[in-house]
Each structure stands twice: as structure tokens, then as C-alpha cells.
Design a protein around this ligand. Structure first.
Ligand SMILES: Nc1ncnc2c1ncn2[C@@H]1O[C@H](COP(=O)(O)OP(=O)(O)OP(=O)(O)O)[C@@H](O)[C@H]1O
Ligand SMILES: [Mg+2]
Length: 507
């Protein structure tokens, strides 16, 4: 973060600065304020001159000397109650929605802390003209693509990318605020749960390059329709500056669009930026020959890791991903297209993609138990499209006779399509030849209906009321060589099943 005096933070956010008590023994006269709250006009000068050196944190446990603690109202807890803890950990100032007289450090009081974070991030970025912002959105794969892109781009300059999935109106400004004068690239994940969300994020961090991965059924309940999802995701390319004609690497806006997804390809009409298309091919089809960045000769090894030839910038080079699942090829192509625009050569891109590893947990994480049971922990999150991708990976891993177990939990936020989507997941698992399908939790029950209704499926359908029951049901069924996919939305907490299965290994 660039160092900022608290007074400047107040000016930027339009907040009121309430200075904290001066340090004991600082020799500055005490306040005459009757309320006991030191007034800025009386002796606050030293505190008001306090400088925040960062980071900006919303979790008091992450505060360190020089940090700015932003007190956010949470669903269960109120950040204001943790201000004192943040100060104990060294926070130099607090951004809050109400005065905190006991804080002992300067407090900038604003009407809306979340909006103030955005305003602050926008202002900080405005002072960093050398930083290029890359925005990544899509229904599935944002974090994976962000991690891949960062691992390629950081080879050519200091790069900031969020930890995990910090992709909303809070996480994005927190990430931007980590940047300083040395930052060359900001690789930002941008998520939407409604219309206008991505427009808001691009207002905080105006991207020069924007990549849209796919338009799927994630959050279908909130959006109401696929068209609404497309409208929301397309706000990213609408925010891009006009492109300049010319080869890759030319200045100006660049929209990286997945040509394999018609809803994404159609976004070309919604941007002034130069359009760069990607194509990984799909369902056994060769990639589109007219795409700017392509993968040909795709093969998956025994653990579902993709090898392919990357075509970009008029050249080609071999890539061998360490990530599991064919769906990561599309993500890798988006990363490659971004990197090509930022000036990397195709060979360097291919090499960096091949070296890239999973930075964010619980996404297609493979663990082999000592008894040879392979556990795929993909329980970070789920929607119908990422569930399909995971089941395709399970099918691939079991194609040589291994038995597949699909342990599927609730997929959240699907609204009207919830029942049919769970049924479809069960059907896909059955068609993929799963020997056992386990539905964890009552809300996932339609999974079993889908599996049972699949013609010719002879596997076993098990309803497990919770994670523990799922582990118990699997205990005596698993044999060496079996492959277990564990997948559900975050809310279902199914990583406990994966953890439980792996813990059995230690006994
Ligand atoms: N291109 C893709 N198509 C389908 N599924 C994908 C794709 N990329 C990743 N996934 C799967 O989707 C799940 C979430 O991946 P990831 O965290 O990268 O996505 P995300 O878009 O950041 O999700 P979130 O909206 O939760 O932030 C994982 O199970 C991952 O394997
Ligand atoms: Mg994410």
C-alpha cells in the first residue's frame, strides 16, 4: 500500500476524522473536551498526522503496525466491536461508521464503510499510473484463471492478485489497496450477484484488459435468467477503454472473450475494446480455427492434467498443466491471451502456464490415500457447470476401470432451477458410470432421483444426512484404486467429507 496520512484518508472518503489519544508521555497538552473525546482542534495534530502504511484489513487478527482497520457490519458480528483488538495488534487508524472514542487511534467516520473502501481504492489506483488493471469474470473459473494469469504475468513485473477469491465490493478494494508505486499489474477477479455489480467494481479499478470466461447458471436464482447473467458479466467489457487497431500488445482496451461460449462471444458487440478470442474446443470438438488464442491436440493424462499446443501471437508452444480437469484449458487460454497482450512471448507463456500450480484450495485438489483411494476435493464451491466439469474429470479418471464415487452436496442459489439442476448432476454422474452416488444433506436429495432415473445405471444411490454419515457410508465401500469426487457449494461444507476420508488414512 502507498503510505497515506489519516487526514488524507478522511479527505478522500469524505469522512470525519476523530483523532485518537496521543501516546502517553508525548508531551502534548491534554484535551479540555468535556466528553472526554479528544477534539481534533485541541491536540489532535500528532494523531491526525498519523500515517497508515497498510495493509487495509477487515479482520482484526490480520492487523499489524501501520494497518488501517475497516470496521464492517457483518451478518453475525459487528466489526466495530473488534476495533480495540485491531489496535492492540498495531492498527494505526480505523475506518468506521461511528465514532469509537475508546479506540485510542484516529478514526475516520464515514456513512458507509464499504463504499469508503471503494473510494479509497479508486483514489490510490489513480496515483499509480504504471499499474495496468486486468479484470476477470465469468460464472466459473475466475479464481483459477486469476491464479494462472498472475503466475504468468508476475514473470514480467510486480503483480498484485487477490488471495483466494476476494472478488466483491469488499475484497476487490482490499486487493487494490495492496498496490504501491512498484506495482505493474493488478489481476483482479470480479464477481456479480446482480446487475450493476461489475460496473461498480470497474468503477473502483478501471481495467484495460478484461476477460470473460463463461456465462453459466451460477447464482441463477438471484439473476433470474441466463440473459441477465450475460448482461451482468458483460459490464466488464463495457467498461474497457477503446482499443487501438494493431497487433497484440498494442495499447488500448482489450476484451478477451471465450469464443466457445455464445453468450460470451456475443459480448464483442458491447465493447469499444479490441476483441481477442479464445477457443479450447468443447465436447470432443476441435477449437475454432478463427480464434486468436487456441489449444490444439488436447490430451489428458491419468490424473486429468491437460497437455496441448498453445497457439497465440502467430506462434505455438507446448503446455502441460499441473491442474486437474479439462476445464482448466479454457482458463489457461484466457490467461495466455492476457499475458500475450501484456507482452509475453508464446514460449514464455507456455512455460509459465506449465509451471503454474493451484494457489487456491479445495478446487480439484487430488489426494491419494496410502491405500490407493484417490480423493478429489472440489468442495470449494459448485454450480451446475462446474459440477459437470468435475464429473467429466471423474469420468476421465475412472475410464480405465477404476470405480468412481460421486459425493455431491447442495448447490446453492439456483432458485427455480434448483431441483432440476441437482437431478441433472445425478444423471451426469450416473452417465459417467459412477459406481456409487452419494447425496449429502436433504437439499441434495434430487441428485439421487436423477441418478436412479438414468437408463441402464446399475450403481448404488446413497442418501447421507450429513458429512459424517457420508464418510461412514464410504468407509466400508471404498477399495484401493477407487476415485471419490467430493463437490458442493461452500454452504454445504463438504470438504469435511474429503478431510474425513483422508483422516481415515492416518488410522
Ligand atoms: N472454466 C470452467 N468451467 C467449469 N468449471 C470450472 C471452470 N474453471 C474452474 N471450474 C471449477 O469451478 C469451481 C470454482 O472454481 P474457481 O474458484 O476458479 O471459480 P470462481 O469463478 O472463482 O468461483 P466463485 O464464484 O466461487 O469465486 C471449481 O470446482 C473449479 O474446478
Ligand atoms: Mg472465485
Amino acid at each position: 500500500m502507498i503510505p497515506l496520512p489519516v487526514a488524507e484518508i478522511a479527505a478522500i472518503t469524505g469522512g470525519t476524522l476523530i483523532a485518537g489519544h496521543q501516546a502517553p508521555g508525548s508531551g502534548i497538552p491534554d484535551s479540555n473536551s468535556e466528553s472526554g473525546i479528544p477534539e481534533i482542534s485541541t491536540y489532535a495534530a500528532p494523531a491526525a498526522g498519523a500515517i497508515v502504511t497498510g495493509p487495509v484489513v477487515i479482520d482484526s487478527r490480520l492487523a499489524v503496525p501501520g494497518a488501517l482497520f475497516a470496521a464492517l457490519p457483518g451478518e453475525r458480528v459487528d466489526g466495530h466491536d473488534y476495533a480495540a483488538a485491531a489496535v492492540r495488534n498495531g492498527a494505526a487508524a480505523i475506518l468506521a461508521a461511528r465514532p469509537l472514542p475508546e479506540a485510542g487511534v484516529p478514526v475516520v467516520v464515514v456513512t458507509d464503510v464499504t463504499l469508503a473502501l471503494g473510494t479509497l481504492a479508486r483514489a490510490v489506483l489513480g496515483r499509480l499510473p504504471n499499474a495496468t488493471v486486468v479484470g476477470i469474470t465469468g460464472s466459473s473459473g475466475k479464481t483459477s484463471t486469476k491464479d494462472l494469469t498472475a503466475q504468468v504475468v508476475e514473470r514480467i513485473g510486480p503483480t498484485i492478485a487477490p488471495e483466494g477469491s476476494l472478488n466483491n465490493e469488499i475484497g476487490l478494494p482490499l486487493t487494490v489497496l495492496r498496490a504501491d508505486e512498484t506495482t505493474r499489474y493488478l489481476i483482479l477477479e470480479m464477481s456479480a450477484r446482480g446487475i450493476g455489480h461489475i460496473a461498480y467494481l470497474t468503477g473502483i479499478a478501471p481495467p484495460r484488459i478484461g476477460a470473460v470466461l463463461n456465462v453459466g447458471r451460477a447464482h441463477a436464482g438471484e439473476f433470474g435468467s441466463i440473459d441477465a447473467v450475460a448482461k451482468a458479466k458483460g459490464e466488464l467489457v463495457e467498461a474497457l477503454p477503446p482499443g487501438t487497431a494493431g497487433p497484440a500488445g498494442s495499447a488500448g482496451g482489450v476484451a478477451v472473450l471465450n469464443a466457445d461460449d455464445p453468450n460470451v462471444a456475443a459480448m464483442a458487440a458491447r465493447t469499444q475494446a479490441r476483441v481477442v478470442t479464445t477457443s479450447a474446443g468443447r465436447a470432443g470438438l476441435e477449437p475454432r480455427a478463427d480464434a486468436d488464442v487456441r489449444a490444439t491436440g488436447l490430451t489428458l493424462d491419468d490424473l486429468g492434467r491437460a497437455s496441448f499446443t498453445l497457439h497465440a501471437l502467430g506462434g505455438s508452444a507446448p503446455v502441460r498443466l499441473t491442474l486437474h480437469g479439462g476445464h482448466h484449458v479454457a482458463n489457461a487460454l484466457a490467461a495466455a491471451a492476457v499475458a500475450a497482450e501484456l507482452g509475453l512471448e508464446v514460449a514464455a507463456i507456455a512455460e509459465a502456464l506449465s509451471a503454474a500450480t493451484t494457489r487456491s484450495k479445495k478446487r480439484m485438489e487430488l489426494h491419494e490415500r496410502r491405500d490407493g483411494v484417490l480423493v478429489i476435493n472440489d468442495a470449494y464451491n459448485a454450480n451446475p457447470d462446474s459440477t459437470r466439469a468435475a464429473i467429466e474429470a471423474l469420468a476421465h479418471l475412472t475410464r480405465n476401470g477404476r470405480r468412481g464415487f460421486a459425493v455431491l452436496g447442495y448447490m446453492a442459489e439456483l432458485g427455480d432451477i434448483a431441483a432440476e439442476s441437482h437431478e441433472e448432476a445425478g444423471r451426469l454422474a450416473a452417465r459417467a458410470g459412477a459406481a456409487v452416488v452419494v447425496a449429502v444433506g436433504a437439499e441434495a436429495a434430487p441428485v439421487l432421483d436423477g441418478a436412479r432415473a438414468t437408463e441402464g445405471w446399475q450403481g448404488e444411490a446413497i442418501a447421507a444426512p450429513d458429512q459424517r454419515a457420508a464418510v461412514a457410508a464410504l468407509r466400508n465401500r471404498l477399495r484401493p484404486g477407487d476415485v471419490v469426487l467430493v463437490k458442493a457449494s461452500k454452504a454445504a461444507g463438504l470438504w469435511e467429507v474429503a478431510d474425513g476420508l483422508l483422516a481415515e488414512d492416518d488410522q
